[in-house]
Design a protein around this ligand. Sequence first.
Ligand code: ADP
Ligand code: MG
Length: 271
Amino acid sequence: MSVVADSAAAPADATDMVCVRAVHKVFGHGHDAVHVLKGVDLDVARGEVTVILGPSGSGKSTLLRCINELEEITGGSVMVGGDLMGYRKDAKGTLHRLHPKAVAKQRSRIGMVFQRFHLFPHMTALENIMEAPVQVRGMSKKAAKQRALELIERVGLSDRMEHYPAQLSGGQQQRVAIARALAMDPELMLFDEPTSALDPELVGEVLSVMQDLAKSGMTMIVVTHEIGFAREVADHVVFMDDGVIVESGPPSAVLDDPKEDRTKDFLSHVL
Ligand code: ADP
Ligand code: MG
């Protein structure tokens, strides 16, 4: 399978932040190979929010992980902000795999928020937010603290900034995780079921922070089962099943008037 499909040769639309073309992902080899993504195309315009729905095991997390290069794709291409992820082209147009350090640099432009918050347990909320700008970007502690103070206010936790993760609720921890991702000034934010691990009464505060972020113009891809959020915040909704995008469109079309049986069946279980 060629790593970069022919379609990748076409210039990306300048307004597109994310341009996924014919992406395949195979885990393992030979008899043990699992073909998880089977030719995914996805475009997300700058400033837009795309919500990805789909049953467990359909490849949603794998797709996010391929977009930010936590997984190397088996075929196709991923462009973010006009850059081909993971590769560079030489003068003859031949593709070369980037050095892991260069991959990490590309990845640092993309923020990711997981179902589990993964905060550093021995650091306060504020220190968690300051960590990457200081360690990865070499920002001064003073500047990083200034920025962290702004971000913690933005997620409504100024009064909790000296708390350690264990002293915070799940919803508060997830809001710190969002602020921590924002501290690297990402151009794109990926959310992988950010509210699935939360008690129901804590879901709203996290979705509300995400909604504010969307309003501020952040480009976002959100995997979630929160249909209300999809309806209210998404510009596009994508339904995935078995490694392919089955259906996509504006929320009203996909959620209220789905065309495909697999989408109808899925929605009948979550709505
Ligand atoms: P979703 O997020 O939609 O629930 P995932 O992307 O997590 O789906 O997983 C899709 C499929 O890929 C599942 O069958 C899963 O077992 C498989 N998978 C995910 N990661 C790996 C891996 N590292 N090795 C092998 N199989 C994997
Ligand atoms: Mg998942």
